[in-house]
Each structure stands twice: as structure tokens, then as C-alpha cells.
Ligand binder design. Structure first.
Ligand code: NAD
Length: 486
């Protein structure tokens, strides 16, 4: 994609690229600050155009055989595999993460597409013969209608793919509203879709924008379901507002993920797991470990803290496109300033910095190195709220049950990890921890497309998670037919 092509980011509506006559904002390269594109802030009219295109395409698409729809998803999978490098480079360019991380992200998105290819199995219903004389009952799955996804900046390739393939293979038509901070990957995704003959015009649509575009989707009477991923505060707002127009909603929100390190933990597994979780993608993952709970006698806690801080000091901060980089820039200078502000507030509240990653922002103004905070109170802001940067707060616990109590005290429950060589401790943690995704000797309990993915507590509003069979449950309505043939 040329720089010129990137200059004006356009909506994709009913199979054609459109430039709505609205205000625009910039999207920039976090590593350099260079302008990459101008993003339209679509208004209610532009959103309505996309919804109407989706609505018009719905009757024919829902009447298309699920096997034919699945073939369209196979074609999408092939396009993504063929363009995986290019998509990864765009993720790095627009969002900032390292190329390896971006490549892995695109791979996880492809896995969701691969799972959706199994529509012939996933969409099967149920039946029960002879519930009364000559009476049989069957349950069939039918699409929900026009569905929309509203997605965050931190996984611009993977998260749209948690929704798009399942939504359309189930016979729905779809509108994506990606993050206004890094929309270029979704533009490429829709350029690839545009080349797939098996996906008719209007089945998928792309609308750029921010709050106004989101509100227009939430209030639109012809949008039947909303899939949201983003911060907890926005998720709650989306859930409440969508409910007012009777929509089905799944809202995956923010997190404060704890990593519990037992005294017996394996050195390599723990160091790799903790460092990549806390500082990979500059802490901008919903699964990032941002609370480190060191368990055991004080001497064990000190030993682990020293080991982790010593290793964190060695991590290289820099551009995501540089193969040597461990810690990429934050998504924008504004994000870096916000996280540094949070660090200042923690210090003012009595915490200490055992590792200070502040470095004036670096080349693009968005760099922040690994930062480790100690001495914070367990119920303090920095120990309980998401900072979304490469910052980890360290707390201690005398034993595992105290650690579990500490972890469960928080209002979030997205993910949590334990590092231990004891199967007994791992089982106890798995049983007791209040989180949707749990890692054992794994710092990022990442989504695997064949399993449901979401958090608990304030990290999630809704019932059905993303991915797995939950995705099919979310994107279909069950219809039960009772028949008598005598
Ligand atoms: P965000 O909530 O700021 O934005 C997410 C989406 O909502 C964007 O498309 C944005 O345009 C829209 N939006 C934001 N504020 C809005 C408002 N007031 N009204 C209407 N629409 C609004 O989130 P972000 O900063 O893009 O992403 C980071 C957050 O997402 C973190 O909290 C992270 O933990 C969370 N996240 C969660 C998961 C998960 O699976 N639970 C995955 C990735 C990211």
C-alpha cells in the first residue's frame, strides 16, 4: 500500500469505497510520529448508509447455504494467509507493536477464520423424535440479522477477526467500526475481502469514526447485535445503551491481570512469562500482567523481585519494526503522557519506583521503558486499575491462599497467571481464581479460537464470550419447530 493510498482512509459500504463528508483525524506511526492517514469521523448518516447496505444484503445472504458461506470463509482464510506479512507490517506501522508480535496477532486472527470454516458442523441444530404421537421437535439456528463490531486499537487485525468470520458464516451481515487510532489494518482487510467473489456486496461493511459513529450503531433500530472490545468503562456504556434498543450485546472490557509467582517457580518460564506479559506490546494487551504478586517468605519475594528487575533493565525499547526491540512505543504520545501521569500519581500516593522507564518519549514521543512500582497499597489505584502501559505493580503475599484472596479482591477478572512447579498449587489457583482466562506457567493466556474468550466480573458485560462455540451461539437465534405428521 502506498503512502498516497493511505492518506485518505475510506469507508467500505455495499461493496464500494466511500469518503463521507465529515471531520477527519490523523493516524500516525507511533515509532516516528509520521502522518499515515486521515480518518473520517463518520456521522449518523454515514453509519446509516453502512447499516442499510448490510440490511439489503441480508435476505439473500441468509438464504445462501451455510456450506457456500463456509466456502467464502475458506477464501478469506487463503487471502489472509497470502497477505499475512503485509498485514503484520501494517499493524506495526499503525499500532506500533513489534513485527513478531504483529505476525502472531494476524495468525491468531486466521485461527478464528479457520474455526468459522467449520460452519457445517457448528451450525447444526438438534431434534427429538416422537415427543407425542406423531409429533417431532427440531431446533434450527438462524442469523440474528445485521450485527456490528466495535473494536479497540491494540489488536487491529485479530479482534475484528474474532467477529467478522463467525458473524457472516452464521448468515448475518456485518458492520465493523474499528479503532480510530489505527484503522489501516482494517482497510487492508476489507481490500482483501473486496477481492473475494464469494462474499457479495453489502455482506460486510466498514465504517470509521469515534463516539458519534458508535452511538449511531448503538441507537440504530436495524442493528440487531453488538460485539464490543475495549476499556471497561466504554464496555459498560455500550452494554447499557444497546440494551435500550433491545440489542444482543457482548462487551469485552479492560483488565488488571495478576501474575502470581510461587517461591518454587521455574526461573526461565517465569522470567519469560512475566517480562513478555508485563512489557510486551508495551503493556497494551488486555491480557498484560500488570500486578505481580510474589508469594512466600520475604527473602523469596526479594530474590524474585531482584531477578525480574535485573532482567527488565536489559529489555530494549524502540521501534516495533526494529528486530531487536523488546518494548515497542505506546500507541501515541498522548497515551505515553497518560501513563506517565499515572506513575506520578502512584508516587504521590506513597509508592516507589524500583525501575523507572521514563525516557522523554523517544523518537516518536510514545516510548516508555519497563517500569516497576513497589510499596503501593493493595487497594491503591496503581494496584487495582488498568494503566495500559509497560508498568507492573508488585505486591507480596505470605502464601497461596493469601495471594488468591488478593487477586480476587480486584474488580476485574480478565486473566491471571500462576508460575509454579507444584501441580497442587496450580490446581488450587485454577480452582479459586476469579478470571476468565488462566495461565499456568504462561504469562499471556492468549485466545485459542476453538475455545470461548472473555473475562469475568468488570472485565465483561454479557453472557456469551467471543470465539469457540459461544460465537455461534451469539450470532444465531434458536428456533424450535414442533411438527405433527399423521
Ligand atoms: P476504548 O474503550 O477507548 O475504545 C474501544 C472502541 O470504543 C473504539 O472503537 C472507540 O472508538 C470506541 N469508544 C471509545 N470511547 C467511546 C465512548 N465514550 N463512546 C462510544 N464509543 C467509544 O479502548 P481502547 O483504548 O481502544 O483499547 C484498550 C482497552 O481495550 C483496554 O482497556 C484493554 O484492556 C481493552 N481490551 C480488552 C480486550 C478483551 O478481550 N477483554 C481485548 C483488547 C483490549
Amino acid at each position: 500500500m502506498t503512502t498516497e493510498a493511505l492518506t485518505l482512509v475510506r469507508n467500505y459500504v455495499g461493496g464500494s469505497w466511500q469518503a463521507p463528508n465529515v471531520d477527519h483525524i490523523d493516524t500516525t506511526d507511533p515509532a516516528t510520529g509520521d502522518l499515515l492517514g486521515r480518518v473520517p469521523l463518520s456521522d449518523a448518516e454515514a453509519v446509516d448508509a453502512a447499516v442499510q447496505a448490510a440490511k439489503s444484503a441480508l435476505p439473500a445472504w441468509r438464504a445462501t447455504s451455510p456450506l457456500v458461506r463456509a466456502r467464502a470463509i475458506f477464501a478469506l482464510r487463503q487471502k489472509l494467509v497470502d497477505h499475512r506479512d503485509e498485514l503484520a507490517r501494517l499493524v506495526t506501522l499503525d499500532m506500533g507493536k513489534t513485527l513478531d508480535d504483529a505476525y502472531a496477532e494476524v495468525g491468531r486472527g486466521i485461527e478464528s477464520v479457520e474455526n468459522a470454516c467449520g460452519a457445517g458442523t457448528l451450525l447444526k441444530g438438534e431434534n427429538l423424535e416422537g415427543v407425542a404421537t406423531n409429533v417431532d421437535v427440531e431446533m434450527v439456528r438462524q442469523p440474528v440479522g445485521v450485527v456490528a463490531a466495535i473494536t479497540p486499537f491494540n489488536f487491529p487485525a485479530m479482534i475484528p477477526l474474532w467477529f467478522l468470520p463467525y458473524a457472516i458464516v452464521c448468515g448475518n451481515t456485518f458492520v465493523l467500526k474499528p479503532s480510530e487510532q489505527d484503522p489501516l489494518t482494517s482497510v487492508k482487510l476489507f481490500e482483501l475481502i473486496d477481492e473475494i467473489e464469494e462474499i457479495p456486496s453489502g455482506v460486510v461493511n466498514l465504517v470509521h469514526g469515534a463516539h458519534d459513529a458508535v452511538n449511531a450503531l448503538l441507537d440504530h433500530p436495524d442493528v440487531n447485535a453488538i460485539s464490543f472490545v475495549g476499556s471497561a468503562k466504554t464496555g459498560r456504556y455500550i452494554y447499557e445503551r444497546s440494551a435500550q434498543t433491545g440489542k444482543r450485546v457482548q462487551a469485552l472490557g479492560g483488565a488488571k491481570n495478576a501474575m502470581v509467582v510461587m517461591p518454587d517457580a521455574d526461573l526461565d518460564l517465569t522470567l519469560n512469562g512475566v517480562l513478555s506479559s508485563a512489557f510486551g506490546a508495551a503493556g497494551q494487551r488486555c491480557l498484560a500482567g500488570s500486578l505481580l504478586v510474589l508469594v512466600g517468605p520475604r527473602a523469596d519475594q526479594d530474590r524474585w523481585l531482584d531477578t525480574i528487575v535485573t532482567a527488565a533493565k536489559e529489555l530494549k525499547v524502540g521501534a516495533g519494526s526494529d528486530p531487536g526491540t523488546d518494548v515497542c512505543p505506546l500507541v501515541s504520545p498522548a497515551a505515553r503522557e497518560r501513563v506517565e501521569d499515572e506513575i506520578e500519581k502512584a508516587l504521590a500516593a506513597g509508592a516507589q519506583l524500583i525501575l523507572d522507564g521514563r525516557r522523554g518519549g523517544g523518537a516518536g514521543g510514545a516510548e516508555l521503558g519497563p517500569t516497576v512500582i513497589t510499596g503501593a497499597a493493595a487497594d491503591s489505584h496503581v494496584a487495582t486499575e488498568e494503566l495500559f502501559g509497560p508498568v507492573v505493580t508488585v505486591l507480596g503475599a505470605p502464601d497461596l491462599s493469601a495471594a488468591i484472596e488478593l487477586v480476587n479482591h480486584g474488580r476485574y477478572g480478565n486473566a491471571s497467571s500462576i508460575f509454579t512447579t507444584s501441580g497442587k498449587a496450580a490446581r488450587e489457583y485454577r480452582f479459586g481464581v476469579e478470571a476468565g482466562m488462566v495461565g499456568v506457567n504462561i504469562g499471556v493466556a492468549a485466545p485459542v479460537a476453538w475455545f470461548p474468550f472473555a473475562g469475568w466480573k468488570d472485565s465483561f458485560d454479557g453472557d456469551l464470550h467471543a470465539n469457540g462455540t459461544d460465537a455461534v451461539e451469539f450470532y444465531t437465534r434458536k428456533k424450535v419447530v414442533t411438527s405433527r405428521w399423521s
